[in-house]
Design a protein around this ligand. Structure first.
Ligand SMILES: Nc1ncnc2c1ncn2[C@@H]1O[C@H](COP(=O)(O)OP(=O)(O)OP(=O)(O)O)[C@@H](O)[C@H]1O
Ligand SMILES: [Mg+2]
Length: 236
């Protein structure tokens, strides 16, 4: 199997602070891979590095065998990579529908898979809130909206940064179901999480980060059985 996304030994910085240390990970086509780690482990920085928003100083990122080094973030997005930022950046003054429409873009030479209808089917609440202003939504509703908006761009690979953070269990369940649905649609997902239970339920494979480095990699089953790793790197 050739990897859709291949991150090899990246080192990333914020100014002079060295944050990522030789981080390597891979995501195969149709796979859901979770990047687990505590607060400040480096999960978001890894995603920002992949998207070219905080490009690594050394190492490489390749998408379908193509080196992304030096590419501008919008060009990386255009290759078919969607990014849902942990801050849930919606447009507060636009309606729900308006927010979704903003995300629309069709990569050249491709039929559309996602559009308003499939997104409303996945998140029926968004249909009901269609005319509400984004800024009035709850955290969970905003999370659905930001995922929906990213899907409007029809990505093949989705980077989903801590979708369940701070949300009520019922909303987390809805988000989990949406991940299962995206899997059915053949999408490839790199998910970041602190929520182990959620990850065990929805991912195929896991990488664990701590202090900016990968400390464990394996299948979900291997992680589930590894009490030592869970105790050492995750809050369980
Ligand atoms: N803009 C920034 N400038 C300087 N340091 C930063 C910046 N953003 C993050 N850091 C530092 O980089 C390290 C990794 O942070 P990162 O946000 O990648 O972690 P994370 O795993 O996403 O954590 P969380 O679960 O809290 O989102 C932390 O030590 C953090 O303090
Ligand atoms: Mg983060």
């Amino acid at each position: 199997m050739s990897a859709e996304l291949e991150v090899q030994k990246i080192n990333s910085y914020y100014g002079l602070s060295h944050i990522l240390f030789d981080v390597s990970l891979d995501v195969n086509k149709g796979e859901i891979v979770v990047l687990l780690g505590r607060n400040g482990a480096g999960k978001s920085t890894t995603m920002l590095s992949v998207m070219g928003l905080n490009p690594p100083k050394t190492g490489s990122v390749a998408y379908r065998g193509r080196d992304l080094t030096g590419l501008a973030p919008y060009k990386i997005a255009r290759l078919g990579i969607g990014f849902v930022h942990e801050d849930r950046r919606i447009f507060p003054d636009l309606t729900v529908k308006g927010n979704l429409e903003v995300g629309k873009k069709t990569p050249k030479g491709k039929g559309r898979k996602w559009g308003l209808e499939p997104i409303y089917e996945m998140f029926p609440l968004l249909r009901r809130l269609e005319n509400r202003q984004g800024g009035t939504l709850s955290g969970g509703e905003q999370q659905m909206l930001t995922i929906g908006r990213t899907l409007m761009g029809d990505p093949d690979l989705l980077l989903l940064d801590e979708p369940s953070e701070g949300l009520a269990p019922i909303i987390v369940k809805v988000l989990g179901a949406s991940i299962d649905r995206m899997r059915k649609e053949g999408m490839t997902i790199l998910l970041s999480e602190q929520n182990l239970k959620f990850s065990l339920k929805h991912a195929d494979r896991a990488f664990i980060m701590d202090d900016g480095a990968i400390k464990f990699q394996g299948t979900i089953k291997e992680l589930e059985e590894n009490e030592e790793v869970k105790k050492r790197y995750l809050a369980v």
